[in-house]
Structures are given as C-alpha cells and as structure tokens.
Design a protein around this ligand. Structure first.
Ligand SMILES: [Zn+2]
Ligand SMILES: [Zn+2]
Length: 364
C-alpha cells in the first residue's frame, strides 16, 4: 500500500514536473514570440471612428491598397503631363508642407470649370515642390517623378510635415544664402562656439518653440489600455533622450496631468490630422509645449526588428524629438529623418543631439 502510494506520489510528481516543463517552455515560446504586438481593430482607447473595422493584421496585401500606393503609377511623370492621380500627389505634398494648400489664384476670382481639369496637371508649383522634396531627401532635384523619388515618397513615415509655413532647415533650406537651389551648398552651424565640420540637417518648428528651463524635467503618461510592452519601449526611448540631453523624464504618478501624453489612436482622432490605416503615416507628435504623442493603432507594432512591423521604441524616439522641438532632418541616419522602414530599429544620431543642443543652447 505504502509503495503504491509512493508510486502514485512519484508519478504525480513526474506529472507535475512534466506540466511545469511544458508551462516553462510555452512561457519561453511566448516571450520569444511576443515582440509582435498586434492591435485588434477595437483596441484603441480613444477611437472616435467606429466605422473602421479593418483589422490591422489583414492590411499588408498589395502596395496599391496601402495609403501611399497611389503614387506608384505616377512614375516618370514630369512637368506638362496630365495624369490621373496627380491631384493625390499634390495633396500628399501639401500635407508634408511642400505645396501650399490654397494656391493664390489672383487671376482667377471666380471658380472656373477648368479647375477640375487642372488638378491633374503637372504644373510649375508641383515641379518646384518636387525639387524641394528631392533636395530634402538627398536626391538630384530633377523635378520629375523618377523611381528614386517615388520610392522615398512611398516609405512609411511620420505624419508631421517636413516644412511648416514654407520654412525649412532641412537640406533644401540650406540654400538661403545663395540665389541658386544647389543642394551642394550647406551652411555650417555655429554651435556653442564650435564650428562643426560636417553638415547638419536638423530643423526646428516654425518660431522655434521649446520647453522653458523650468521644464527640463517632464512627466509622461499613457492612455488606459496601452500594452505594457509598448509602455516599456516608449520609456526606453525617453531614457535615450535623457542620456543625451538636459531633459529628464519620469512617469506621472496618480491622476496628475502629465506634460507628455502617449496614446495609440486610429483614423480621425480629433486633432485635425487623421491617421490613415496600415502603412502610410505611422505616428505624430506636437511641438513644445503641447505634449501629445500619437501612434497609429492600425500599424503592426513590434518590439525590436520584426519583419513587416514597426519598432515602437524607434518611432517613439523620433516622436519625442518633435515633443522636444526638433522637426525633420535630411540626414538619413538621424532619428529625425522622416521615414522608417518596417523591421528596422534606429538610435539617436549626432545630428539629432546637435539639433537639441542648438535649439536649447545647452551643453550636456
Ligand atoms: Zn516626424
Ligand atoms: Zn493625433
């Protein structure tokens, strides 16, 4: 009897051991596959657009169904052409600040029936806008929609404009001291008494808004329901900026309103700059001292380099740059470069750190 019991105990013990081993190995499985955070369509906490039920997982079918996919068939377009879809390109360039959304029509006081015809015309303002875009993205400013230009334009990117109020200090803006638009001309920034020998391409928001020195310690908070992996990733991004600047960040305690509020949002979420579903724009953040940082909940988000997904920490690092006052940079290695490919991670670059030092005139 005793030996039977002992046997039972032993087999029970073995059974428990086996179950524990299975649990441990499945935990292991979860932790190694759990970098991929996929948001279900109804997971956004402040979803104002209930008409959109498209799940984020079924999105990456063909490039033409993605937000910037309309650009593809415009390849080779140039001034004088009239192509269906040019009006969408104009809207794209308006959104990112390259083209005025309300072109001054001094000669046209009344609405002309030809307006609708003209919208697909590849006209002079469009050519100029494309040249500026090309200069900012280190491309030859041909003014034509060549494949290099299109592939840059179709990259997933930040929703914040490259140019605000027609002012840019990205690459195309460095031409101000010469009459020509030569992209080879760059001004060296004089910074804290030192002349940097390499070319910097960071830029600031119009009017150079910044946090007052009394606000170098900032608090942040997350919207309710934000996945903990995403919160950890954003916290690491804050830490990276803190290590390289005079700023310090801490998670807001209790119900106090944090200086910076991070949330996942989708489509129209009430701030005048709607997200666009999977692909296209990934996130945006506001200039100092607004503090809002929004990530597009319709993207596939990941922790680290995961195929076809965007790294939360990398995108947060970029958006925190906006919160601190940086606009976009033409330096491809800079975190403030406007676009990022899926499956990639990126850190801070000298250009980003110089940008903050220049804006705040603070040595760190
Ligand atoms: Zn941006
Ligand atoms: Zn927003």
């Amino acid at each position: 009897m005793a030996s039977t019991l002992a046997f039972h105990h032993r087999s029970l013990f073995t059974l428990i051991l086996i179950i524990m081993m299975i649990m441990i190995s499945s935990l292991d499985f979860v932790s190694s596959h759990d970098h991929l955070i996929i948001f279900a369509a109804n997971s956004a906490q402040t979803d104002h657009d209930h008409d959109d039920h498209k799940p984020s997982t079924s999105s990456s079918s063909s490039s033409s169904s993605l937000p910037f996919g309309f650009l593809k068939h415009l390849e080779g377009s140039k001034k004088g052409d009239k192509v269906q879809g040019i009006d969408d390109l104009k809207k794209y360039l308006q959104h990112f600040g390259y083209l005025n959304s309300n072109p001054t029509q001094t000669q046209q006081v009344t609405h002309s029936p030809t307006d609708d015809d003209n919208k697909n015309n590849f006209d002079d303002p469009l050519e100029t806008a494309i040249k500026t875009y090309q200069a900012n993205y280190n491309l030859e400013p041909t003014g034509t929609l060549n494949s290099q230009t299109l592939s840059k334009m179709m990259m997933p990117r930040c929703a914040v404009a490259d140019i605000i109020n027609n002012e840019t200090r990205m690459r195309s803006g460095k031409k101000t001291s010469t009459a020509t638009a030569s992209p080879k001309h760059h001004g060296h920034r004089k910074l804290l008494g030192r002349e940097f020998n390499h070319v910097s391409h960071y830029s600031f928001f119009s009017g150079e808004p910044r946090w007052p020195s009394s606000k170098y310690s900032l608090t942040y908070s997350f919207a309710a329901g934000t996945p903990s992996e995403a919160m950890d990733a954003v916290a690491r991004a804050f830490q990276t900026w803190a290590s390289n600047t005079q700023f310090r960040f801490s998670r807001a305690q209790g119900n106090t309103k944090a200086d910076i509020r991070v949330s996942f949002e989708r489509r129209d979420h009430g701030d005048g700059d709607p997200f666009d579903g999977a692909g296209g724009v990934l996130a945006h953040a506001f200039s100092p001292t607004d503090g809002r940082l929004h990530l597009d909940a319709d993207e596939s988000w990941a922790i680290g380099e995961v195929t076809d997904a965007f790294d939360v920490e990398t995108v947060a690092l970029h958006e925190i740059g906006h919160l601190l006052g940086l606009l976009h940079s033409s330096v491809e290695g800079a975190i403030m470069y406007p676009s990022i490919g899926a499956g990639l991670t990126k850190g801070l670059n000298g250009d980003d750190i110089q940008g903050i030092r220049d804006l705040y005139n603070v040595a760190v």
